[in-house]
Design a protein around this ligand. Structure first.
Ligand code: KG4
Ligand code: ZN
Length: 332
């Protein structure tokens, strides 16, 4: 089954052709980062406009690279939630039109479920059940993946998402948006022990809280500026990354141990972080767990992951009609 999938929930306009949930025939991503960078973060109005401008070309290119016509596709899938409402609406309405024009089913996909499914593309042997840590710009969740379309969230962030904390801390260190990757690079040159950062406590051991940590970095930079002291950005980046990755890893591994999971997976934009990949790989090995991580190319927003999850949504009978609407925030 060939699915044409569309993703437009934030600042990437993406389209992919995916066969039977596991094989990517083509995948095209048009990123708007360079423009949002000027403003230090995503400007929703600009994002919606750029999606409108880009979506036809991106879908044409994905079909061209796959050497397919729309009439050869078996279904259209689209991210309908969660995300920036104006951005989501562009993808949803475009997908509806395609499905109607080609007279094929329309499959609605939850963005976070898509991130999780990126692992199915990379690891053909991976099947539920397993425990997944999703860390992105908008979410930090520990999720029981009971089946392809059955999920239970057992831990989540109480304030900032991990990626959001990376980006805001990065900004105070002088890095451009999105700062996660810059902190990752700088941390490789730094000493993670020079600056001490707080480890937040949460009532539920599987929940996260990153806003205090982010504020601690901002205050540290601010105080140094006021005293005319130099901050060693590489050391601060290393300390921040070490702390965030330590929190994500220890809570996730505890959740896996407590709940008897031997198979675990990582997903979301922050899954690209080298410190997190290394820490989890080490801990999984130590505890005899099989860990799945998508390649960096599938960690950030893309439409291939949406096409993968869409296949399983289709098998479960989750088909939408033309009344499908975009939803800005929606639980799994
Ligand atoms: O999943 P994603 O592409 O978009 C959302 O659904 O939010 O995640 C984007 C987030 C951004 O906060 C970005 O800074 C972060 O992922 N990110 C990273 C790295 N690469 C991307 N954070 C830390 N280290 C990285 N290497
Ligand atoms: Zn995402």
């Amino acid at each position: 089954m060939k699915i044409l999938a569309i993703e437009s929930s934030c600042d990437e306009t993406a389209c992919a052709l995916v066969e039977d949930g596991r094989t990517v025939i083509s995948s095209v991503v048009a990123t708007q980062i360079d423009e949002h960078k000027l403003y230090g973060g995503v400007v929703p109005e600009i994002a919606s406009r750029r999606h409108c401008e880009n979506i036809v070309g991106v879908c044409d290119e994905a079909l061209k690279q796959a050497r397919l016509e729309l009439s050869q596709c078996d279904a259209v899938a689209v991210t309908y939630a969660p995300g920036l409402i104006g951005a989501l609406l562009v993808g949803v309405n475009f997908a509806k039109s395609l499905a109607l024009a080609a007279n094929i089913p329309l499959i609605p996909v939850h963005h976070i479920k898509g991130h999780i499914a990126a692992n199915y593309i990379a690891h053909s042997e991976l099947e539920p059940p397993y425990l997944c840590l999703v860390a992105s710009g908008g979410h930090s969740h520990i999720i029981k993946v009971k089946d392809y379309t059955e999920f239970e969230t057992i831990g989540k962030t109480l304030d900032d998402a991990a990626g959001e904390a990376f980006d805001k801390a990065a900004r105070s260190m002088g890095f451009p948006y999105p700062g996660g990757i810059h902190v990752d690079k700088a941390s490789k040159l730094g000493d993670d022990k020079r600056y001490k950062l707080p480890i937040p406590k949460t009532e539920n051991p599987y929940d996260f809280s990153f806003s205090g940590l982010k504020t601690a970095v901002i205050n540290l930079v601010h105080n140094a500026e006021q005293k005319g002291e130099e901050i060693n950005v590489n050391d601060l980046a290393a300390a921040f990354q070490h702390t965030v990755c330590g929190i994500l890893t220890s809570k996730f591994i505890k959740a896996a141990l407590d709940n008897g999971y031997k198979t675990i997976a990582l997903a979301g934009g922050v899954a690209a972080n080298s410190g997190l990949r290394n820490a989890l790989t080490e801990q999984a090995k130590l505890h005899g767990m099989k860990l799945y991580i998508p390649p960096v190319s599938l960690c950030g927003d893309n439409a291939a992951m949406i096409g993968s999850q869409a296949y399983y949504e289709y098998l479960a009978g989750n088909i939408a009609d033309s009344s499908l609407n975009a939803v800005a925030s929606l639980k799994l």
